[in-house]
Design a protein around this ligand. Structure first.
Ligand SMILES: Cc1cc2nc3c(=O)[nH]c(=O)nc-3n(C[C@H](O)[C@H](O)[C@H](O)COP(=O)(O)OP(=O)(O)OC[C@H]3O[C@@H](n4cnc5c(N)ncnc54)[C@H](O)[C@@H]3O)c2cc1C
Length: 510
């Protein structure tokens, strides 16, 4: 079959995938004058930024809250540079306790601000001043060492070893204190990086913890508003964002990609290509590019972070008081216990996010419970697709939802009386809605025991094909935003972009 290409199907940059990484690259490059086209396979853009509505209640599927968003802080600065800051609605989580940790029957409120956090730790652990100061000094030192977070120009062509990337956070906290309770409290946020005792690094912990300690905000109208804001920026800059445009082939010649083919056969040409799709799946689509088997095998064999099971609860009106905090519940008095995975003992805890009712703001309209789940539990339905997984899958979801809701009774003994409707999603839902292998929450596992082997660079063997997203650099809103800067830096010079960000930061705010 002869496939015709329309003249307008030619761009400077084609970006495959409209997750945060793809969209942030689209914003950066379209602002810098490139004609950009973002291709998304799904009917909604955003990947893990997607939200959905059921019975009038809004539910986020991935991103729930963001950090370092006060004026002058890093995400605030980056979102202003991306052009999305004025287009999204956020509100600050409780300053005295944006995250509440329930562990061994005791609750800890994690306050915003490093000083407030220091004081909270000192008042709970007055004999542990030395350990607390050592811990805080270290996480600040690590953050100060990252050029992009500090908007420092970087030495081009040198990918410096990130400080703390080869040190386990578990080993670090157990070295500075023998106090198990303090060790647990310091590692509270480990579920935000799928923390496993043996592999989670001090680097990842330091960047994520400080990011949220500096300030924490929830997304009032869901994560999808971030994706919509990016789309608007890209289109204002002359770019295109297309949905239902699944890339199925990346066609190369002489180590250069010349076009991509969509599932419907349509061809799209560009000078440069960025993939926001899982790197292994990207390489599988490359035709004629002589991808080395060793590289492909390395990507295929990389370990993934855990997946998760989510329960979305629509609440009866005016039954559950709204709390402006996220809630982390651990069944055992060990924050690492979520990782001792066993199907029989599931769930060992959960993260809970709640949405405020618009009509009655002192009440919550919905709750989301997330608990890590091993993808292998999904083997019986692995080859099924959305809405076609059969009765046994529905049964499994109902049973898992019931177990997770049973845990919630520790906090809300009468919760069943408040529930209007329950929806749920499994690792397969994540896999099929985002294209992330094994529905991994945070993509590829960055392993402190093998920091280089688990690192994926934005450059590929193809001269004009680059990677972006949570698998390169780091996951989460900060990690992926920084990753987009690194990817676009390969195309347009990272220091040019850093200078632009600084210029925009120093301009008076409208
Ligand atoms: C449950 C959960 C909770 C989270 N909570 C938070 C949080 O509170 N705060 C935070 O900062 N981070 C959070 N994260 C992490 C964060 O959401 C992700 O790290 C980030 O959004 C990933 O962005 P990405 O650019 O890598 O792409 P993804 O979101 O993975 O998007 C990739 C896109 O590519 C598309 N695609 C795939 N294949 C193709 C193809 N062949 N053709 C075209 N398009 C294709 C997909 O449909 C998708 O839209 C959470 C993640 C999960 C799963």
């Amino acid at each position: 079959m002869q496939i015709k290409m329309k003249e307008e199907n030619r761009f400077d940059i084609v970006i495959m995938g409209s997750g945060l990484g793809g969209l942030a690259c689209g914003s950066i490059l379209s602002q810098r004058g490139y004609k950009v086209c973002v291709l998304e396979k799904h009917f909604q853009i955003g990947g893990c930024l997607q939200h959905f509505k059921r019975d009038g209640a809004l539910f986020d599927t991935g991103m729930h809250y963001i950090g370092s968003y006060d004026d002058g802080q890093i995400l605030n600065t980056l979102f202003r540079y991306f052009g999305v800051y004025d287009k999204i609605e956020v509100s600050k989580l409780n300053e005295e306790g944006f995250d509440v940790l329930s562990l061994g029957g005791k609750e800890y409120q994690i306050p915003q601000g490093v000083e407030a956090y220091r004081n909270m730790l000192l008042s709970n652990f007055p004999d542990e001043r030395k350990a607390i100061e050592t811990y805080l000094d270290k996480i600040i030192e690590i953050n100060n060492s990252v050029d992009v977070i500090n908007l420092r120009e970087v030495a081009v062509d040198i990918m410096p070893m990130k400080q703390g990337v080869d040190v386990s956070i578990y080993d670090f906290v157990t070295t500075i204190t023998d106090n198990k309770e303090l060790q647990n409290v310091l590692c509270l946020l480990n579920s935000l990086y799928g923390g496993k005792k043996e592999s989670a690094s001090l680097f990842e912990h330091a960047v994520i913890n400080l990011f949220y300690l500096q300030s924490a905000y929830k997304l009032n109208n869901g994560g999808g508003q971030i994706a919509d804001a990016f789309k608007q920026v890209i289109e204002e800059n002359g770019g295109t964002v297309r949905i239902k445009a699944k890339v199925s082939k990346i066609l190369c010649e002489d180590r250069r990609v010349h076009q991509v083919q969509l599932e419907n056969g349509e061809m799209i040409k560009a000078d440069k290509f960025i993939s926001n799709i899982d790197p292994f799946l990207t390489m599988q689509m490359v035709e004629g590019g002589n991808i080395r088997k060793a590289y492909s095998n390395r990507l295929m064999n990389l370990k993934h972070t855990t997946s998760c099971f989510s329960v979305y609860i629509v609440l009866k009106p005016n039954t559950v008081k709204y709390q402006n905090s996220n809630y982390y519940y651990y069944k055992q008095d060990d924050v690492w216990a979520l990782d001792y995975y066993s199907e029989d003992l599931w769930p060992q805890g959960y993260m809970m996010y709640s949405n405020q009712s618009k009509m009655q703001p002192e009440y919550a309209e919905s709750l989301i419970l997330l608990s890590p789940m091993d993808y292998d539990e999904m083997k019986p339905w692995e080859n099924t697709t959305i809405e076609k997984r059969g009765a046994s899958y529905k049964q499994m979801k109902a049973e898992k939802s019931e177990k997770l809701i049973a845990l919630l009774k520790h906090k809300y003994p009468q919760i069943e009386d408040s529930i209007q409707k329950v929806y749920s999603s499994s690792p397969l839902t994540y896999r099929d809605y985002t294209g992330v292998r094994k529905g991994a929450m945070y993509g590829v596992l960055k392993d402190c025991r093998h920091p280089y082997e688990s690192q994926i660079l934005p450059r590929t063997r193809m001269d004009n094909l680059f990677l972006t997203g949570q698998n390169i650099n780091m996951h989460g809103v900060l990690g992926v935003s920084m990753g987009a800067i690194l990817t676009c830096g390969e195309i347009d010079g990272i220091n040019n972009i850093i200078r632009d960000i600084k210029k925009k930061k120093s301009c008076p705010k409208p």
